[in-house]
Design a protein around this ligand. Structure first.
Ligand code: NCD
Length: 316
């Protein structure tokens, strides 16, 4: 594997490898000194053309635990402001010694474009509405850890399915691992029929359900999503209050519908009072901060898989 660009092109075996490596590496995070020398001398460049808290900092944390050096790039403070192109930016950072690029970009396909013209690994940290593969991997890791399996589960994703790259990666990832995925949300935020046939990897494994109550019934995993208003153009829902009334998750709704041992997840950032009622913070079966912690372990596994043992002609 040279790059990690999307879940669509990953095989089940590759996903399993990354999950089991992350499980092994997670132990390092609990050591008194959480640091190993594995990636000493490597330079990881985080290129974020869009806002990020969890993803950016967990890539940085993961790189540092593995002793790689990191450079963090944000558009506001760079020559992108002076008109420098993405490709020129990459070439220059490569000349500065970058051994791997982590890239988040508002345009779908930007990391794929860079990967084609770049000799070092590229990791997609979210490209527009397309995919967010490391988020799906950390979601898989969290479910495996909490429920002991990834096969035969009912995974329900609630919210802005159409514009959420997290939903797109999760839909593919959970099906590849043998679970069934049901999505629900307001009609304008659901996938189009052509998208539905893209997402359904196997007959009966993917379903769009307009009724949230029906969707949630006997769910093993519920994933709530933020409404991606910044990607809507014109308004697609009447109001957030109305959204909350019909699709907001409450403790009562979850207790009524979750299967025994079922869990609630959210990729963050959360808009409390919209997709989740504020009381959910105390709901014992929400695993939102476990997801954040697993994000570091998954990103360590990704960096290690793409960088360990690789000779880089520019710097070695
Ligand atoms: C998500 C993203 O940026 O796609 N956040 C994340 O990476 N944890 C979800 C979102 O912005 O709603």
């Amino acid at each position: 594997m040279k790059d990690l660009l999307d879940i669509a092109s990953l095989e089940k075996k590759q996903i399993e490898h990354l999950l089991s490596l992350a499980e092994d590496l997670k132990e390092i995070l609990y050591r008194p000194i959480p640091k190993v020398p594995t990636l000493r001398g490597k330079l990881v460049v985080n290129l974020f053309y869009e806002a990020s808290t969890r993803t950016r900092f967990s890539f940085e944390r993961a790189a540092k635990v593995l002793s790689a050096d990191t450079l963090n790039f944000s558009t506001g403070a760079s020559s992108v402001k002076k008109g420098e192109t993405l490709l020129d930016t990459i070439k220059n950072l490569r000349a500065l010694g970058a051994n791997l690029f982590v890239i988040r970009h508002p345009l779908a396909g930007a990391p794929h474009f860079i990967a084609r013209s770049c000799d070092v690994p590229v990791v997609n940290a979210g490209d527009g509405t397309h995919e967010h593969p490391t988020q799906a991997l950390l979601d898989l890791l969290t479910v495996k850890e909490k429920l002991g399996t990834l096969s035969g589960l009912k995974v329900v994703i609630v919210g802005d399915i159409k514009h959420s790259r997290v939903a797109h990666s999760d839909i593919l990832a959970f099906q590849k691992m043998g679970s069934k995925v049901v999505v629900t949300g307001p009609a304008p935020l659901l996938p189009e029929p052509s998208e539905v046939s893209y997402f359904a990897l196997e007959k009966g494994r993917f379903k769009v359900e307009v009724s949230p109550e029906k969707a949630l019934s006997r769910a093993d995993v519920v994933i709530a999503l933020r409404i991606q208003k910044e990607r809507h153009g014109t308004a697609l829902i009447p109001s957030y209050q109305e959204y909350h009334q019909f699709f907001g998750l409450t403790t009562e709704l979850l207790l009524k519908h979750l299967s025994e041992g079922g869990i609630l997840m959210h990729p963050g950032p959360i808009n409390w009072g919209i997709e989740l009622a504020p009381e959910i913070e105390k709901f014992p079966r929400q695993v939102i901060l476990d997801q954040v912690e697993n994000g570091v372990a998954i990103r360590m596994a990704v960096l290690l898989t793409l960088l360990a043992g690789k000779k880089d002609e520019n710097t070695n």
